[in-house]
Design a protein around this ligand. Sequence first.
Ligand SMILES: [Zn+2]
Length: 236
Amino acid sequence: MWGGRVQVLFRLWGLRSAGVPGRRLLSCSAASEKGSSSLRCWNCGGPGGPGPGDGFFCQQCRALQPPDPTRDYFSLMDCNRSFRVDTTKLQNRFQQLQRLVHPDFFSQRSQTEKDFSEKHSTIVNDAYKTLLAPLSRGLYLLKLHGVEIPEGTDSEMDSQFLMEIMEINEKLAEAQSEAAVKEIESTVQAKQKECTDNVSRAFEQDDFEKAKEILTKMKYFSNVEEKIKLKKIPSN
Ligand SMILES: [Zn+2]
């Protein structure tokens, strides 16, 4: 009997807006490791392949090459394709790539290279954001394994979990003090931590259905976290 009410409420809460950066995914194929080695330079026609700057530049004329659409975010960010990511290493790689492709460094170059640097920058930013946050990283990894979470799957969630979320949301709506909001925030953070540990284990065991189930819950908690953020902004 709760099902109907819960579903309606979730529609109202707009779960769709759950913050997941970097939704645009690069296609992933078996060629991802090979990259653009078979392509020729757009500028001088020279052979592609690993050149200076991690294959971003032509070995002969050093012109910036277009992004490789077959390269996935893990490969681009030099991370193992796994849920466990070394965030310090990820950050270093992000800075390294930014120093290579940032549009500021191409202001004196051809329009083609300017355009490529814009595209590279966008992809590098997306890749970094996607792999940094556990939820988006998990969803991306799941997608690489061919599993996607469709929007609006509330009906598949167990009602006990939906009730738990509903109660947290009600508490948040009623919270009158900063301390009350803080308390809810730490509850949700603890839940997210627990989910992150569990999803990590599920990926280690190649249990993608389990990972999917936990990530779906994380989307709900993430939605609550967004609301907490809004509530914290002073309304005057
Ligand atoms: Zn060239």
